[in-house]
Design a protein around this ligand. Structure first.
Ligand SMILES: [Zn+2]
Length: 211
């Protein structure tokens, strides 16, 4: 936590960054991850994908730090899956702060994370990605989003935005939550956050002393 910056407990703190930016961040280190997280990571065979997962978990801790005012390594991350009743996968939360909502996402060298008051969900995808096929999207995306996309000049970006909105809502677990969606052209990222609280998007999560 940088000096003089009070935590913002009424806002969701959200960030999109590249995996490389997060791994080079002076406040973050892979040693912050818990043994169970390292165990899961050791099963990922592709190094670039493993890096993405590490970075997403670290960025989540940084967002949590900016939200609570505590150090990034002060929060123990847990995951619980209500479907099978097991830990270590499923929706993430903070052991010591169960009412803080946290979420993370990673995709091909990009990561995103969010922390805020109550349920929150975030998703990031490379802006060049084109979700599909249409038969699948027809089952998964809201009718209105599909309509808007297929009748537009270039449906690809519209379908991608509809996809990240869907993922963000799923992760937040609340179909009716407000959505914020944005493009990060510098990083080639398309992202969305679902939350009832206002969202403050921080680009790349700069080091202490900057905001
Ligand atoms: Zn499960």
């Amino acid at each position: 936590m940088s000096a003089g910056l009070p935590p913002r407990r009424d806002h969701v703190v959200a960030a999109v960054a590249t995996t490389a930016e997060v791994l080079a961040h002076p406040e973050l280190d892979a040693d912050m991850l818990a043994p169970w997280e390292h165990r899961r990571l050791s099963r990922i065979r592709v190094p670039a994908r493993r890096d993405d997962v590490v970075a997403a978990r670290l960025l989540l801790r940084l967002c949590a730090s900016r939200f609570t005012g505590r150090a990034p390594d002060a929060h123990a991350l847990i995951q619980f899956c209500p479907e099978c009743g097991r830990y270590e996968h499923g929706r993430p939360s903070l052991r010591d702060s169960p009412r803080t909502g946290v979420s993370m996402s990673h995709a091909h060298g990009l990561v995103a994370a969010a922390a805020g008051p109550g349920a929150v969900g975030i998703d990031v995808e490379p802006s060049t990605r084109r979700p599909g096929p249409m038969a699948v999207l027809r089952r998964m995306l809201p009718e209105a989003d599909l309509e808007a996309a297929v009748t537009s000049q270039d449906p690809g970006p519209e379908l991608l935005r509809a996809w990240v909105r869907r993922e963000a809502l799923l992760k937040a677990g609340g179909a009716g939550l407000p959505l914020l969606e944005w493009e990060d052209p510098g990083r080639g990222a398309t992202a969305a956050v679902a939350s009832a609280a206002p969202v403050e998007v921080r680009s790349g999560m700069t080091a202490p002393g900057h905001r």
